[in-house]
Design a protein around this ligand. Structure first.
Ligand code: GLN
Length: 475
């Protein structure tokens, strides 16, 4: 099938030369979805008719010569991004039967350029998780191993791309949710600079961390999507006004770069030996290719995980207070007064992980613990941010494995919260600092599971990040 062999950028050429049609491509993706989704569980909704209708319209536009930049790009979207009149559940029962009343800016911009939305991706409930086992709709399965997790929380997005159910997926990344699943499924995942893409229409988890991110099989497609969805938006007062480069036109630069890695990363106990080997040999390869590679110490790395979890749980406890049984979705039938309706709706509608985070978040914000936890974590955040930015001012990129291990077995970490959180060890620093970071594949372990290389760069230097990644991969 065409869609199994070609990137969007290649398919677009075939469309342009009349060698295929959008309707044909959508049918191929649908064939993959029907064959694979029952087992992989990557899509919660498939917009079969909607996608076919859109495809027919775009085919007309291509014939007339007025099709948009992403004509015929088939996209799936994580279940935390609004798409008007389509279901939105954030992987949760608390949003049972809820339909979006408007479309997220990032999604709207895709539609405006004639991308085709094929479905809604499974994810961890309210994007809280590292394995996609926290979804109210069941775990997502990694196509590379039937007992392996795909990573989380954008696990459905990653698998939909991995299994050719779509060309590109929009995920979200608060602490690694685009990069870590990209790493576990052997694809590319970009978390841009915080505020690079509007959060309008993204159901909030932790607002000072949340970023829309892009998952695809190659850097070119990510670049193309980024230049369409990034930039100023009147619906989000926090989004950056900085102009958006045409990333996809700037992928050819191949300067020699100054690269840094942290010795603490290599010394960490939980680092899977094959991940370490792949990373060390990647560093060697880069040195040989003429890049400057410097080892540095970054002791603050140890504090990134606790800083991240304290702050995100605090923000989540506030953001999720809106799900009260009154305004959205699920309402308990066992309540006999207003207060018990709030309590029971929330107790019955939210899953265990979400409830745990709301409770911890409420505790760290409470008068007696605020200074000891929340305030302290804010200070630690600033130190980590300043520390990383200082390094990135003197060097082009910081490199580390995307995750300490490859995709683990389903169920293997669900009883050990600390181990699960450790899966985010290397992705949270960029989130705490708000800097852009990408995961690109760098080999496989002995069991065939993919290993990801993570690259961090200065705020708003996605152009450089993408062209460096492109030089590693696509050429
Ligand atoms: N695994 C992290 C968490 O559970 C990251 C999630 C995310 O980026 N949305 O918070």
């Amino acid at each position: 099938m065409l869609v199994d062999q070609h990137s969007y950028t290649e398919l677009r050429k075939l469309l342009q030369f009349g060698e295929t049609t959008c309707v044909h491509l959508v049918n191929e993706y649908l064939q993959n979805i029907h064959a694979k989704n029952p087992k992989l569980n990557a899509l919660l909704s498939v917009y079969e008719q909607g996608a076919l209708d859109q495809a027919a319209e775009v085919d007309q536009k291509i014939k007339q010569g007025n099709a948009g930049k992403l004509a015929g790009m088939v996209v799936s979207i994580k279940d935390v991004l609004c798409y008007k009149d389509h279901p939105l559940q954030c992987g949760s029962e608390i949003l049972d039967n809820f339909h979006s009343q408007f479309t997220a800016t990032a999604v709207q911009r895709l539609l405006d350029e004639d991308a085709i939305i094929i479905g809604r991706n499974n994810c961890d409930e309210f994007a809280m998780g590292s394995s996609n086992e926290n979804s109210a709709f069941g775990a997502v399965v990694n196509e590379d191993g039937e007992n392996r997790v795909p990573g989380g929380s954008s696990g459905g997005s990653a698998v939909a791309v991995q299994a050719n159910m779509c060309a590109v997926s929009l995920g979200t990344d608060t602490g690694g949710s685009v990069r870590q699943p990209a790493s576990f499924t052997g694809i590319v995942g970009l978390k841009p600079t915080y505020s690079r893409i509007s959060r309008h229409g993204l159901a909030a988890y932790a607002s000072t961390f949340d970023c829309v991110g892009v998952l695809a099989k190659n850097v070119e497609d990510v670049a193309l999507v980024m230049e369409v969805i990034a930039g100023a938006d009147e619906y989000d007062s926090t989004v950056s006004q900085q102009p958006v480069p045409t990333y996809s036109q700037q992928l050819n630069a191949e300067p020699k770069s100054s690269l840094v890695y942290f010795k603490e990363v290599l010394e960490g106990e939980g680092l899977q030996p094959e991940v370490k080997e792949a990373f060390v040999s990647k560093l060697e390869e880069l040195k040989k290719a003429g890049h400057q590679v410097t080892e540095m110490s970054f002791p603050l790395l140890d504090y990134a995980l606790s800083t991240y979890y304290i702050l995100t749980m605090a923000e989540a406890s506030s953001n999720l207070s809106r799900y009260d049984g009154v305004r959205y979705g699920y309402r308990s039938e066992n309540a006999n007064n207003l207060e018990s309706m709030y309590k029971k709706s929330r107790a019955e509608g939210f899953g265990e992980e979400v409830k745990k985070r709301i409770l911890v978040g409420t505790a760290v914000l409470s008068a007696s613990y605020h200074d000891a936890y929340y305030l302290k974590a804010q200070k630690a955040r600033r130190l980590i941010q300043d520390g990383l930015n200082e390094i990135l001012n003197d060097h082009d990129f910081i490199l580390m494995p995307t995750a300490p291990t490859t995709a683990f077995e389903i169920g293997s970490k669900t009883d050990n919260q600390m181990e699960m959180y450790l899966a985010d060890l290397f992705t949270v620093p960029a989130s705490v600092a708000g800097v852009p970071a990408i995961s690109v594949p760098m080999g496989r372990d002995q069991e065939g599971m993919s290993i990801g290389l993570q690259i961090l760069s200065k705020p708003f230097s996605e152009d450089k990040l993408l062209s460096f990644s492109h030089s590693l991969l696509d050429q």
